[in-house]
Design a protein around this ligand. Structure first.
Ligand SMILES: Cc1cc2nc3c(=O)[nH]c(=O)nc-3n(C[C@H](O)[C@H](O)[C@H](O)COP(=O)(O)OP(=O)(O)OC[C@H]3O[C@@H](n4cnc5c(N)ncnc54)[C@H](O)[C@@H]3O)c2cc1C
Length: 474
């Protein structure tokens, strides 16, 4: 039973924000005896991952990839077929899948004893009780209650970037894109990141002419190997997707049925046009109106809530996890962290600072997956790191027949010969990365990994070959 004292009533935990992090934490805490109030507002329960992010993105990608494969069979003897796209039907299917998943999430929450769901915008306040000690209160509209602990899982919110003319340019958010029932002839994705790439590729495969404008000179975060990034870029460009790096949009103009994006490319003035501009980036932690300053809850310069190893904020009774703390934006990591935070909030005697290796996947085709450190991060951490990249195009012909393209990149420690990190860009990478996560977690050396019997002509066998080559490279 979750109490500070076994004689007392169950500890009351209020969770603010019902995205993946908040819902997982609420179920865990209720299952472990806490009295839980989950407050949600804005996106419906399930948050970004279910209503905007990975869930709908993968459904669109699946349909788009079926169409792409039919049009471009990679084996001789097969001719391409053009599958028609009914975006209205596809969008309705995606909405239906979201609705089904949402209904099952809500009923899983409602089944929990001691878990109350409240719709509304929550804020926090500190009040003095009869004994003049400060107590923490949660306020939602006219309701207010005292809570022993609070867990903030408010996520991040898209904010329109400061671009001249944006108000009149009828730009789309990813939610607008998901809801659209008629495929625009062309789309500009402004401010891409790994998440938006899935949508950009999916809509290109459904038939839109797609341009990606990205302010940085790299498409992906720095912890992706440049070799994998340029191979991914190559495959996006081969499909006709225009990727413009070092591109800044300063002005938007809507003219008839086109939007013009004016700005600079590598410092020189230029412009791009499309039927619609989708604004992808610019997510900020949702801390506005929570009343954190008055409670002494500190934020970092990016506005993310500061937490310690146990996900406790600078206020003793307030914890935070998920996108609001800004430690990377991955659904499964947000969920895992929120459960650990809930555990620390309701069972203070337990510590849960343990951070297992978190694999990540970008659901492009081929997908890009990774786990552990890249070479630079490993060196920074003090390892004598070395790496090897195996190109599947050059891997012994015929031994890897069903995944002819892609790269495997392994990082190891020269001294111990243990695996430190891996990046995969290949069909099947989303599943294969788990072998490397387990290898990392178990501290396997390269020979141990290579010695495991891998089924031939699979991505797994190519991973073993890469481990052998890196080992031989010492
Ligand atoms: C477009 C997109 C695609 C993504 N794709 C992937 C992917 O492919 N793979 C991956 O691993 N991750 C992906 N992510 C990241 C992933 O969705 C997030 O890491 C994850 O959703 C974070 O969950 P969360 O619970 O912290 O926040 P959220 O899901 O944002 O949930 C927070 C909830 O709290 C509510 N809220 C905020 N303030 C208050 C308040 N004061 N009172 C009450 N309620 C409040 C919000 O409205 C929201 O419902 C994607 C994200 C986006 C936006």
């Amino acid at each position: 039973m979750a109490t500070d004292d076994p004689q007392e009533a169950p500890l009351h935990l209020t969770i603010i924000g019902g995205g993946s992090a908040g819902c997982a934490a609420a179920m865990w805490a209720a299952d472990h005896g806490a009295r839980v109030t989950l407050v949600n507002d804005g996106l419906p329960l399930g948050g970004n991952a279910l209503h905007v992010g990975v869930f709908p993105a993968r459904l669109y990608m699946r349909a788009a990839t079926l169409r792409h494969r039919a049009a471009h069979p990679t084996l001789p003897g097969l001719s391409g077929a053009a599958l028609k796209v009914d975006l209205k039907a596809l969008s309705a299917h995606v909405q239906e899948c979201i609705e089904r998943a949402h209904t099952s999430l809500v009923s899983a929450l409602r089944r929990r004893r001691g878990l109350e769901l409240i719709d509304g915008r929550a804020s926090l306040a500190s009040r003095s009780d009869a004994a003049s000690s400060e107590t923490l209160h949660v306020v939602v509209g006219k309701r207010s209650w005292r809570s022993d602990r609070v867990l903030l899982t408010c996520g991040a919110t898209s904010q329109p970037p400061r671009i001249e003319g944006i108000e009149d340019a009828e730009t789309w958010s990813l939610r607008d894109l998901i809801a659209c029932t008629e495929l625009p002839s062309s789309l500009i994705f402004a401010g891409i990141h790994d998440i938006g790439l899935t949508y950009a590729q999916a809509f290109a495969r459904l038939g839109a002419e797609v341009t990606i404008l990205h302010e940085e000179d790299r498409l992906l975060d720095a912890d992706h190997s440049p070799a994998l990034e340029s191979r991914l870029l190559e495959s996006l460009q081969a499909e006709g997707i225009r990727v413009v790096l070092d591109a800044t949009v300063t002005h938007l103009e809507r003219r008839k049925d086109q939007t013009r994006a004016l700005g600079t490319h590598q410092g020189s003035p230029t412009h791009w046009s499309a039927a619609r501009v989708v604004i992808v980036d610019h997510r900020r932690p949702s801390t506005e109106g929570l009343g954190l300053e008055a409670l002494g809850v500190e934020r970092d310069p990016g506005g993310f809530v500061r937490v310690d190893e146990s996900f406790r904020t600078t206020h003793d009774a307030i914890f935070a996890a998920g996108d609001i703390i800004g430690r990377g934006t991955r659904t499964h990591a947000a969920t895992r962290d929120a459960i650990l935070a809930a555990q620390n909030a309701v069972m203070p005697s337990r510590t849960a600072g343990y951070t297992p290796t978190v694999p990540f996947v970008i659901h492009t085709d081929p997908p890009l997956a990774g786990v552990g450190w890249d070479e630079a991060q490993a060196r920074q951490a003090g390892f004598d790191a070395r790496c090897f990249t195996l190109d599947l195009r050059e891997h012994p012909p015929g031994s890897f027949s069903d995944a002819p393209d892609g790269l495997i990149h392994l990082v190891s420690d020269r001294r111990s010969n243990q695996l430190l990190g891996a990046r995969l860009l290949a069909p099947g990478a989303a599943n294969a990365i788990m072998e490397l996560a387990v290898a990392l977690r178990s501290g396997l050396t390269l020979p141990e990994l290579a010695r495991l019997l891998h089924p031939p002509a699979t991505l797994a066998s190519a991973i073993a070959a890469c481990a052998r080559k890196l080992d031989a490279d010492t």
